[in-house]
Design a protein around this ligand. Structure first.
Ligand code: PMV
Length: 338
C-alpha cells in the first residue's frame, strides 16, 4: 500500500483572515497575507486504508482526539474528492486513509498548528491524484483550505496571500506566493505566555465574525491594507509593513471582541508584551512589529539587525514562565518521500 510523508510549518498572518462568506466550504470573506515560518514543524504520514483512522502525537506523546477532530479530516477528504472530480479526475483518491501526525506545535494557543496540519495533509493527499495529473500548488492550496483557511498559505514558502474570490464555487479561493523565502530574511520570535488551550477555536470564531457591527468596515479596509502590505514586502519597507500589519491585527481583535458572544483572545500578559515592545522600539528604533492570532501568543517579527535585542527581551519573558520559539521565514510544505 502506498504511504506518503509530508512536512509543514505554521504561517503568521500580516493581514488576517477572519470570517467566511461560506463556512462549509471555508470561502473567506476577504483576502489575507502571511509569512511562512521554518519551525516548529510537523510530519504527517498518509496511507491508503479501508477504514479511516487518525493518530496524533505532540512531542512524542499520544493525544486524545475528539470525534469532531476526525470529522474535520473526513470532511476535507470529501470536499477534495468533489473538487478534483469537478476538475476532471476520474478516481482521485482511494476509498479511505490512515493518518499519523507527529507534531512539535502546541495546539490552540495562537501558533497556527492547524495551518501546518492541513497544509501537510493537502500536500500528502495530492500525491494520490498524481497518476492522473500532478496538481499545481494553487490547486493543493484549495485542498488545504477545505481543512483550515490559513493552511492554504502554508503550502508556499516566503510570503503568500489568499485570494478570497467572490463566487460560491468551491475553487474560487486559493493561495499564491508573493515572494520566496530568500527575498527578505525576516525572523519571528514567538512568545507564548501560556499553553492553556483556547475555548473557542477559529472554526467557531469565523462563524461569529458577522455578528460584530465592525465586521463590514473591516472587510472594506482590507483591499487597501493588502496593497500596502504587498508593496512593503516587495520594497522591503519595514516601517510600512509594521503600520499595516499592526493596524490589521488590532482591527481583527476589535471584531472578535465586539462579536456576540465576545471573543477575548488577548490576555493581560499579551497587552504587557505589546506595551514593552512599543517602549523598546521607541527608545532603540528597532525594526520589530508585533502581531497576535487567535490566542494570547505574541509574534515579534523583526529584521536581522533587531533580532539580538528581541532575543534578549524574549529570554527575560522566558525567565518569567513564557515559552519562546525562535523562528524565521521558511520554505513551505514539502512531501518527504513516497
Ligand atoms: O485557518 P483558521 O480557520 O485556523 O483561521 C486562522 C485565523 C487567524 O489565525 C486568526 C488569522 C490568519 O489569517 O491566520
Amino acid at each position: 500500500m502506498k504511504k506518503v510523508h509530508a512536512t509543514a510549518t505554521p504561517n503568521i498572518a500580516l493581514i488576517k483572515y477572519w470570517g467566511n462568506r461560506n463556512n462549509e466550504l471555508r470561502l473567506p470573506a476577504a483576502d489575507s497575507l502571511s509569512m511562512t515560518l521554518d519551525r516548529p514543524s510537523l510530519t504527517l504520514s498518509l496511507e491508503e486504508s479501508d477504514q479511516f483512522s487518525l493518530t496524533s502525537f505532540l512531542n512524542g506523546e499520544k493525544k486524545d482526539l475528539k470525534p469532531e477532530d476526525q470529522r474535520r479530516f473526513e470532511h476535507m477528504i470529501n470536499l477534495s474528492r468533489r473538487y478534483l472530480q469537478n476538475l476532471g479526475y476520474k478516481k482521485p483518491f482511494p476509498r479511505s486513509f490512515s493518518l499519523e501526525i507527529q507534531s512539535a506545535i502546541p495546539p490552540r494557543i495562537g501558533l497556527a498548528s492547524s495551518a501546518a496540519v492541513f497544509a501537510a495533509f493537502a500536500k500528502a493527499l495530492s500525491t494520490f491524484a498524481e497518476p492522473e495529473r500532478a496538481l499545481t500548488d494553487a490547486e493543493i492550496s484549495v485542498l488545504a483550505r477545505f481543512g483550515s483557511g490559513s493552511a492554504a498559505r502554508s503550502i508556499f514558502g516566503g510570503f503568500a496571500m489568499m485570494h478570497a474570490g467572490s463566487s460560491d464555487d468551491m475553487a474560487s479561493a486559493f493561495a499564491s506566493q508573493i515572494a520566496n523565502e530568500q527575498h527578505w530574511p525576516l525572523h519571528d520570535i514567538i512568545i507564548a505566555p501560556s499553553h492553556d488551550e483556547k475555548k473557542v477555536g477559529s472554526t467557531e470564531g469565523h462563524a461569529l465574525a458577522q455578528t460584530s457591527a465592525h465586521f463590514k468596515e473591516r472587510i472594506k479596509q482590507i483591499p487597501r491594507r493588502m496593497k500596502e502590505c504587498t508593496d512593503a514586502i516587495l520594497k522591503k519597507d519595514f516601517e510600512k509593513l509594521q503600520h499595516m500589519s499592526e493596524e490589521d491585527a488590532l482591527d481583527m481583535h476589535h471584531v472578535m471582541e465586539t462579536s456576540t458572544p465576545s471573543l477575548q483572545y488577548l490576555t493581560d500578559e499579551t497587552h504587557r508584551i505589546i506595551k514593552e515592545i512599543e517602549d523598546l522600539r521607541s527608545t532603540d528604533h528597532l525594526e520589530v512589529l508585533y502581531t497576535v492570532d487567535a490566542g494570547p501568543t505574541v509574534h515579534l517579527i523583526c529584521t536581522d539587525a533587531a533580532r539580538p535585542t528581541i532575543i534578549d527581551y524574549a529570554k527575560s519573558k522566558q525567565e518569567k514562565g513564557c515559552t519562546v520559539f525562535k523562528t524565521q521565514i521558511g520554505q513551505g510544505a514539502i512531501t518527504i518521500h513516497q
